[in-house]
Design a protein around this ligand. Structure first.
Ligand code: SF4
Ligand code: SF4
Length: 132
């Protein structure tokens, strides 16, 4: 299971190695998608990857030291604009875009890493990417 979260570290814990603690205690994999770290402020966008127990344990630890919020959809395709040309599909580095049996282009938000390749090549500007 993958889960993307925003994570604000409480001021008193900004110097604590929280991510390392979560990984060591839960063995979960954490991908840091974004980090804004200042002396008194720390904000991260994380992708947690593990089983349900690992995810729950990781979230418990994270909430001990800060606030967690689910990340909304990373990619949005405007189906009214999309002409299913497939240009985005061939430029996706993680195969998050596929074509179904009806030749409709489908996005898998769980796999998307927000690289914006698809949005940049779309001829009709049908794709919006959450701005990180
Ligand atoms: S590049 Fe744009 S128009 Fe073409 S399939 Fe992708 S989203 Fe649709
Ligand atoms: S933003 Fe990048 S990873 Fe996500 S669907 Fe588009 S090309 Fe694929």
């Amino acid at each position: 299971m993958k889960k993307r979260i925003y994570y604000w570290v409480a001021e008193e814990f900004v110097n604590k190695p929280i991510i390392s603690e979560v990984i060591l205690k839960t063995k979960i994999m954490i991908n840091i998608l974004m980090a804004k770290i200042k002396p008194q402020e720390s904000f991260l966008m994380l992708e947690l990857n593990g089983n349900e127990n690992q995810l729950n344990d990781a979230l418990k630890i994270l909430t001990m030291y800060g606030e967690v919020e689910d990340v909304p959809k990373m990619i949005q395709k405007n189906d009214d604009k999309c002409i299913d040309c497939g240009a985005c599909l061939v430029h996706c580095p993680v195969k998050a875009i596929t074509m179904n049996e009806d030749f409709k282009v489908i996005f898998d938000e769980n796999e998307c890493i927000g690289c914006k390749n698809c949005a940049n090549v779309c001829p009709v500007k049908a794709i919006n990417i959450l701005d990180l």
